[in-house]
Design a protein around this ligand. Sequence first.
Ligand code: HEC
Ligand code: HEC
Length: 383
Amino acid sequence: MNRSAPMFPAPSRHKIRHPRVHAKHGKHQRGGDPPKPQGHCQSLRKILSVTGRARLSETPRFQPLIFALYILLFSLPAHAEPTPELLPIWREVFARPDTSRLNAIPAPAGNKLTPAKVSLGKKLFFNKRLSGDNSRSCSTCHDPNRAFTDGRERAAARDGKTMLLNTPTLLNLAWAKRLFWDGRARALEDQANIPIEHPQEMNGSWPTIIARLNSDETVTAKFKQAFPDQPAPTPQTVAAALASYQRTLISPTTRFDRFIAGDQSALTKPEQAGFNLFVGKAGCIGCHSGWRFTDDRLHTVPVAGSTTSQQRTIKTPSLRGAPKSAPYMHNGALPTLEHVIRHYQFSIETRLNFSTGLIHPLRLSHTEEIALLAFLKSINSIN
Ligand code: HEC
Ligand code: HEC
């Protein structure tokens, strides 16, 4: 990766194109007038009337509908502002859930959220006693000041080398349907032991950890409060408390949320244009949908930073917290959001075995790139 390359270089159109697939996208434009937004609105309303009030983006069986929305919107011209008729639909797709009360946050029946578990989990999350040589805690890599990431391309291994993967954010995981870049874990309760025991992450051993926890009265008192039926610390209660704390890591309400809630003035005109590109011409909503900006699905995508057209199947990451979670992608190959947009703009090769129909080279002007970037930042901007 050439880090000294200028941001948003003058658009060059010499990148790989795939005539067959472009002919397919071209279908929308060929033969007659471009489609009228009003027609789209009627189709979208039809889709919504099928889904009723259900949250489109959160329910797997509505994913095909998001895809249908995307296919319809891909052929819309890029307006400076979102089409007013579509705003109710975006309110539905991007609505934040109620997070004002602890029991509004999703948690499994076997590990209900309680203030005592959250408080214990927080103490454990920042506690270096969970590592073999007392040198690391979860927060060594998941730093709250960096949206719970570490600012590194790939995580630091204990032997001084780097691990294979970039550290992802821990925001909004209570709603996640899959964990890890390859989606291999389903529940936060199952995940916590992995970094604790991993020789290159924390290299912890349970008998030692439990003995250390038992030697601290403040900690044992917290275990008693959190798990009255099983007051002595165990690997399971450590994992349950860590999971409870992580479920409360929720990204704050931002200007984008205020816009979606009905305050048109919460986003500037360029940010609104960027939103229109995100849900329309740039096709980002095909995968980054819903209030967390992820469909929680695995996609076959071209690997960033690779000179050959490698591919991997990777979970769509959330875009909440993105301005603080650089560098980007599962291998940390892209240092800034500008590089991410440049990747989607120029490095994407359309191949039939990439997530079909969803990945294609963009055709954005310089102004449009800037608007898309402004929108990505507005998702995370509080004021
Ligand atoms: C050495 C750095 C490091 C430490 C220490 C660490 N993690 Fe991670 N964490 C990572 C990396 C790297 C990944 C991505 C791994 C993968 O996808 O296979 C990850 C992934 C995760 C995920 C999945 C997030 C997602 O969006 O899918 C969770 C949850 C998590 N870590 C929680 C924890 C907890 C809890 C601890 C402490 C017990 C911890 N981590 C300690 C580096 C670390
Ligand atoms: C086919 C589904 C798909 C589409 C369409 C898509 N993305 Fe992604 N996006 C992904 C996946 C999967 C990754 C992770 C790729 C990786 O780690 O190599 C990703 C990564 C990202 C990241 C990095 C996040 C992080 O934490 O590392 C950003 C930012 C991003 N996409 C923005 C966009 C924008 C902007 C668009 C529209 C131009 C877009 N995406 C279109 C699936 C998609």
